[in-house]
Design a protein around this ligand. Structure first.
Ligand code: FES
Ligand SMILES: [Fe+2]
Length: 340
């Protein structure tokens, strides 16, 4: 009913209701995550959620995009329910108006007045546009840069395909693990990728890099005839993947993609995927449809997962030799200070 009386409001952004521990939240908040497809931010404000923090994105002056807390500092109405006029967002309740830096520039109830107190402001966060996505970081000590995705950087935006971002009912870390898990392919993706359920799967070859874990693994797809593939996964900590498919007897074939689960909350992530390909597949739309079908198969099985958090203690689950990539990934998450 009431917010209790305290000496001073809490200065952490992490809502007390968050299912992400205070330790993990503090670590994760300093990384950059995609929050929207750039082309989808138009003249309307867009509500997004990152690490349980509600944000509003709006285009301010010169087309730049700002991320602000999605709560008016006057009476906590969602700013995303308001409008954007001349690069400023206007709250729908009493019309307070905020510029791209979050400063209040107009209070209708005060009439025209230029000396509004500096405390009349909404907290904003830097937004960067890269690979056709809008990225933000809400931590106090933001990582110097976004995750490096060289495969996407080599490509003009027009050549990239964006799947519709979908909300998955698991933690971003579980989504990453699912993407790099080759042993599930002949089971979960029998209808889309195929494979031989009876054939043993060899563990991939792992290489540790400063910002990432890389694995190369072989897989025989059987859905488009028999295709001997080499899959290369590069997992950039904490939650970004670059993925490349090469087909052994078709040197012209190349499929590259990015899997970028943005952590909405402890048990939900919004997955941005970008595709780039050349080779024998007929058209991008067909490929995008195929990958959307693969995603749906994953969502079905992940919805049946009884523990949506990722255990960072190795004793909580049993591990197969082919889980070497996910165990290497879990080790790197521990090194970041997560799970303590
Ligand atoms: S609640 Fe936003 S202007 Fe009053
Ligand atoms: Fe999968």
């Amino acid at each position: 009913m009431f917010i209790p009386i305290v000496n001073k409001p809490s200065d952490t952004l992490r809502p007390s209701s968050s299912g992400i521990s205070a330790n993990d939240w503090a670590v994760l908040a300093n990384f950059w995550y995609p929050v929207a497809i750039a082309a989808q931010i138009g003249s309307e404000p867009v509500a997004v959620k990152l690490l349980d923090v509600e944000l509003v994105l709006y285009r301010c002056t010169e087309g730049r995009v700002t991320a602000a807390l999605d709560a008016c500092p006057h009476r906590h109405v969602r700013l995303s329910a308001g409008t954007v006029v001349d690069g400023e967002i206007i709250c729908p309740f009493h019309g307070l108006r905020f510029n791209g830096a979050g400063r209040c520039t107009h209070v209708p109830a005060l009439g025209p007045r230029s000396n509004l107190p500096p405390s009349y402001r909404v907290r904003t966060f830097e937004v960067r546009e890269r690979h056709g996505l809008m990225w933000t970081c809400i931590g106090d000590n933001p990582a110097a840069d976004l995750p490096s995705l060289p495969l996407m950087s080599q490509t003009a935006i027009e050549e990239l395909n964006y799947l519709n971002p979908e909300i998955w009912p698991v933690s971003a870390a579980r989504q990453v693990e699912n993407f790099i898990d080759i042993a599930h392919l002949p089971y979960v993706h029998a209808a889309t990728l195929g494979g031989d359920q009876a054939a043993p799967i060899k563990p991939g070859r792992i290489e540790q890099q400063a910002d990432s874990v890389v694995m190369r693994a072989n897989y025989i797809e059987t859905s488009h005839g028999v295709r001997h593939c080499t899959y290369t996964y590069r997992v950039v900590l904490p939650f970004a993947i670059e993925f490349k498919v090469e087909v052994d007897d078709d040197p012209d074939f190349l499929l590259e993609s990015c899997d970028l689960p943005s952590p909405i909350s402890a048990h939900q992530c919004k997955v941005f995927q970008i595709l780039r390909y050349r080779g024998t597949l007929e058209d991008r739309e067909g490929l995008a449809r195929g990958l959307a079908a693969v995603n749906q198969e994953d969502i079905v099985v992940l919805s049946a997962m009884t523990v949506p958090d990722l255990p960072l203690d190795q004793h909580h689950e049993i591990h197969l030799p082919v889980d070497n990539i996910s165990n290497a990934y879990r080790g790197r998450l521990r090194d970041l200070g997560l799970g303590r």
